[in-house]
Design a protein around this ligand. Structure first.
Ligand code: EPU
Length: 342
């Protein structure tokens, strides 16, 4: 029956988090349509449970079994919804896989999202942490987000501005945390497209490929190649991408650090502050390739923590805390975890 649902007990989440942590949800329900969601939220069980909304599971770390109800959003649908002179509007449901959606846009000759190729996770999770890579962020192409408000029971649309986007940040991580279930995302893709090759590594990759005026497909291929070289495939080795955010420091703090560490990697921000490369800081502390129990620091990118096989969420957290401590001791910079720790 369409819109029917089944609430499972003691449901393993191992296949549903890219860290591959073997934790269980006390109760679990898969949601394939908005109507199913509307039915689930009317149940007494929903009203009485602690809840967690799960998307692609690529930005969470499970440190224990979840004692409440996990709502796993699997709503699917992608479609063109209109255009004007400059822009094509495309809408994707929250449960679509992000990378497959990016490939769908490219197959329909729509450009803009190519720099964000191969990022694990779902479309619905993309705005939550404002996913970004190779000089682009999802906020650059996002028109609006449709959400179900668990508090009021309303479905409403938030404009790009209302999402309050920042670096790996949005209203969904702050004011609407635990309150908004993202149903779909509408993207505004430019008709007059220019490749975004500001990120040095991407520009170098295009040069190495002999492409001066690449197509969006060629940029996507290059991004896929770089990511495949540097980042572990979660299907093979459990991870949640960058485990820490790149810390932002004042110009004064950066000057002090530069005096002591001339090789420091930093990028100036629009407001005059500086973003430091957390991967570089961690690497300098000697963590790259190291392990603590079954938790490890990836050999090719120190910002990525990995599950070397059977790691518990607590082991990953212990490793993250040890890294935080050594970076703080050496550089006096506090690293902030990027994934949601449950
Ligand atoms: N670096 C090192 N050692 C390392 C890792 C990095 O010295 O082990 C240095 C690199 O040489 C480079 C600098 O640090 O000079 C930055 O490294 P990289 O270009 O790999 O990018 P990142 O800052 O480590 C960020 C995002 C990634 C995104 C890449 C590419 C964050 C937290 N991470 O990583 O996003 O793919 O840029 O744009 O902003 C993610 O969020 O999960 C993610 C993978």
């Amino acid at each position: 029956m369409p819109d029917d649902f089944l609430i499972h007990s003691d449901f393993s989440l191992r296949q549903l988090n890219t860290f591959g942590i073997d934790a269980k949800a006390h109760r679990y329900v898969s949601i394939d349509s908005v109507n199913t969601l509307l039915k689930v939220v009317k149940t007494t069980e929903f009203a009485q449970s602690e809840r967690f909304v799960l998307g692609g599971g690529s930005n969470i770390l499970l440190t224990d079994d979840f004692p409440g109800l996990v709502l796993h959003i699997g709503i699917k649908q992608i479609g063109l919804i209109g255009d004007d002179e400059d822009t094509t509007f495309v809408r994707a449901a929250a449960g679509e896989n992000w990378h497959q959606f990016v490939q769908w846009t490219l197959a329909h000759d729509l450009s803009g999202l190519e720099n964000l190729s191969l990022i694990p996770g779902s479309v619905g999770a993309a705005p939550i942490q404002n996913i970004g890579a190779y000089g682009a962020e999802v906020k650059d192409f996002l028109h609006s987000v449709t959400v179900f408000d668990l508090l009021s029971g309303d479905i409403r649309t938030l404009s790009n501005a209302e999402c309050g986007f920042g670096y790996r940040d949005s209203i969904f991580k702050r004011e609407l945390k635990g309150r908004a279930v993202i149903l779909d995302v509408t993207f505004a893709l430019p008709k007059r497209w220019q490749p975004n090759l500001h990120y040095v590594e991407l520009a170098q990759e295009m040069k190495a490929r002999g492409l001066n005026m690449p197509t969006a497909r060629e940029v996507s291929d290059a991004v896929i190649a770089i990511r495949t070289r540097k980042l572990p495939d979660p299907a093979i080795i459990g991870n949640a991408g960058s485990f820490f955010k790149n810390p932002i420091v004042s110009a004064v703090k950066r000057e002090q650090l530069l005096a002591q560490f001339p090789q420091l990697v930093s990028h100036r921000q629009a407001d005059g502050s500086y973003k430091l490369a957390a991967g570089w800081l961690i690497d300098q502390c000697g963590w790259k390739g190291k392990s603590m129990g079954a938790a490890g620091v990836y050999e090719r990118q120190a910002l990525v923590l990995v599950n070397r096989g059977g790691a518990s969420g607590k082991e990953i957290v212990d490793l993250a805390c040890a890294i935080q401590k050594s970076v703080l001791a050496r550089f006096d910079v506090l690293l902030e975890a990027e994934p949601i720790i449950l």
